[in-house]
Every structure is written in C-alpha cells, then in structure tokens.
Design a protein around this ligand. Structure first.
Ligand SMILES: Nc1ncnc2c1ncn2[C@@H]1O[C@H](COP(=O)(O)OP(=O)(O)O)[C@@H](O)[C@H]1O
Ligand SMILES: [Mg+2]
Length: 268
C-alpha cells in the first residue's frame, strides 16, 4: 500500500462546504480504488450523518470515547468497535463517527498535557490500513481543529465564495503556521478549494480574482472548483455521495476531478 496521507479539511467558518467536500472527496478517492478512512472530528456529526449513521447520539463508541481513552493512556478497544465499515461494494470507505459528546472532549483536551496530539495518537497507527485519512473539522479554531492540524500531513481549505472574507482565512493560516512551528512541522497547506460556486455571477468572478490576487502566489488554489447545485443538498439528505445520487451532475464531475488533483498534489 502506498504511503498514507492524512488530510485535514478546515475552515473555522461554518457552511463553507467542509463536510460536503470531506465526504465527496473521500467517496471519489475510494472510487478510484484508494482505501479511505473518514474521521468526523465535529460534535455536530454532519459527516457521520451523510455517511449514513442516522442517530450518532446512540453510538456506543464514538470519537469522544476514543479520544478520552487515549488521553487517559488506557488501551483502545478493538478497531472494529469504533471504525464503521462502509457498505459500498468494492470500495474501502470507512468512518470513525462522532456525536455531540465530542464538545465535552474539546473542553477536557485543554487540561491535558500534550492534548494537541491526542488525535494523532489515534490516527498514526491506522496509517498502515489506509491510503487516505480525511478529517472533517468543526467551525472553530479550538482544540479539536488544532488536534486535526497536529495529526495531518496536509490541510485543504474549502472556501465558499458566497461567504468569502479575507480576515477569516488569515486567522486559519496563522493558526496553521503556529501549528507547523510548535506542534507538527510536517504539515503543509494542500490548497484552497473553491466551493458552492455560481460561475454565472459577477460575485464569483470578483471573489475568485481577489483570492487569486491575495493568495495565488503563496498557496495553491485547486484548478477544480465545486459548482453550487441543489444536487448536493439532495445527496447529503439521502446519505449519498453526489456521485452516487447523480453521476452526471456538475458537482459529481467536479469532485471526481478534485480527487484526482488531490492524488496528484501530494505524497510529498
Ligand atoms: N456545491 C454545493 N452546492 C450547493 N449547496 C452546497 C454545496 N456544498 C455544500 N452545500 C450546502 O451548504 C451547506 C453547508 O455545507 P457543509 O458541507 O455542511 O459546510 P461546513 O461543513 O463547512 O459547515 C449544506 O447545507 C450543504 O448541503
Ligand atoms: Mg461541517
């Protein structure tokens, strides 16, 4: 198996397409034959729900239990108790789900020496089983996101042009620089993924130009952008990837292309 890449999908703004992009990119990578583990690191559990876990609150074991076990330096239960196998034939697309208990864990992480490395402690031993581990994060630059950045080889930043604000991105980039200096020297910025794009509008063109002007020289802006389409909402609602829901949709084609960009992008 090729070297596993842990990708953190982050932007502290809500609604920028983090969960949708984690899910559909993971699905597209798995469809390309890659072994993919999705990690829900958000107490809102949206990724767990689009994956098909209807009631994350009823999970016997979820992210919060596992992270707590690592914090307490206890032995982890069997992998099969917290990694949920996907049921797509011929695809390795698994998930470690979360629920709202994870917000309590975020508070506990603060009091823990070396608490930033808790998620890395969970994911590093799983590298041998997967080609990609994709970590969806919560819209807050707190210890859960820091844990995801600390565990990651690279960070992908979904930016919705509709919600574009330069100040938000600056905070995230500063946090990544700090994490790189103090916690995880290996992290790189995979790039900015433009999401929920309505190419027909002037806003799209203006915001895209502005992002390219501001960051184009410093950070990769992926060639693929994800168009805005109702197909995404429909697919999310049905716990399907948009590629399963409507393979011909422009968003499906975009996520398939994006997965190829991700495959070619890294492996530093
Ligand atoms: N390309 C898209 N076109 C239309 N709606 C989208 C698209 N991507 C995401 N959405 C919708 O936008 C909302 C926020 O997306 P989500 O992925 O949950 O963002 P985040 O995880 O950053 O909060 C959801 O309702 C989702 O269905
Ligand atoms: Mg989300």
């Amino acid at each position: 198996m090729s070297k596993c890449r842990i990708i953190c999908v982050a932007n502290q703004k809500g609604g920028t397409g983090k969960t949708t992009s984690s899910w559909n990119t993971g699905y597209a990578l798995a469809k390309e034959g890659k072994a993919v583990l999705m990690v829900d690191n958000d107490p809102q559990a949206n990724l767990s729900m689009v994956f098909g876990i209807d009631r994350p609150d009823r999970l016997e074991i979820s992210m919060s239990d596992i992270l707590r076990t690592i914090m307490q330096d206890e032995e982890l239960p069997d992998m099969s108790s917290y990694i949920h196998k996907g049921n797509r034939p011929g695809m390795v697309l698994d998930i470690i789900p979360a629920n709202q208990n994870l917000s309590v864990t975020e508070i506990n992480l603060r009091d823990e020496m070396g608490g930033e490395h808790t998620l890395a402690g969970l994911l590093n031993p799983l590298r041998e089983y997967y080609d990609f581990i994709i970590v969806d994060t919560n819209p807050y630059l707190g210890l859960l996101t820091i844990n995801a950045l600390a565990a990651a080889d690279e960070c992908i930043i979904p930016v919705s042009l509709q919600l574009w604000s330069a100040t938000g991105l600056t905070d995230l980039l500063q946090t990544i620089v700090k994490v790189k200096k103090k916690i995880n020297p290996n992290i790189t910025i995979g790039g900015i993924l433009l999401t929920i794009c309505d190419e027909r509008t002037k806003l799209f063109k203006d915001a895209k130009d502005l992002i390219e002007e501001s960051y184009g020289g410093k950070i990769k802006i992926f060639d693929t952008h994800i168009p805005s389409t109702v197909k995404i909402g429909e697919a999310n609602y049905s716990s399907l990837s948009v590629i399963e829901h409507d393979p011909k949709s422009r968003a499906s084609i975009a996520y398939a292309n994006f997965a190829k960009e991700v495959m070619n992008n890294g492996g530093k």
